[in-house]
Ligand binder design. Structure first.
Ligand SMILES: [Zn+2]
Length: 141
């Protein structure tokens, strides 16, 4: 992640600068809209805006107190969804939808929920694959 100077209150200081938009995932220009020291100096928040015409979304970067430069969190985020080949989508559309929900859950940091979601997704994939190999012998519903 690149470092850049941003102006907070009356001082410039160097911080980790987001290199892509957490919503559309474009690697384009991101501009600083507003900065502030919050909670009596307990941290710094920066409102960024994605410059890509198709997005223009605002998001917030959370930093430790000055002169801390580490980008702790960006919010909101929209997870990047894994794309699967057409053959998988045809074989098991339920696998795709359950897997994508698990990915969204994981991106929110809810790993206790995401894990069983991934397992459920793979159960659908394996079951649908087995059905496609021997539809006449299928014991699954
Ligand atoms: Zn964007």
């Amino acid at each position: 992640m690149l470092k850049r100077f941003i102006r907070v209150d009356v001082h410039n200081y160097k911080v980790d600068y987001p290199d892509s938009c957490p919503i559309c995932h474009h690697h384009g220009e991101i501009s600083v809209v507003k900065t502030a020291t919050v909670e009596n100096g307990a941290g710094v928040q920066v409102v960024y805006q994605c410059a890509w015409e198709g997005c223009k979304s605002y998001f917030i970067g959370y930093y430790p107190p000055k002169p801390g430069s580490e980008l702790k969190l960006l919010k909101p985020i929209k997870p990047q969804i894994t794309q699967f080949p057409e053959v998988v989508a045809k074989l098991s559309p339920t696998f795709i939808s359950v897997f994508q929900e698990a990915e969204e859950t994981a991106a929110l940091g809810l790993s206790q929920i995401a894990g069983p979601g991934y397992r459920k997704a793979f159960e659908f994939l394996i079951k649908d694959y087995a059905k496609s190999l021997a539809p006449d012998k299928c014991v699954f519903r």
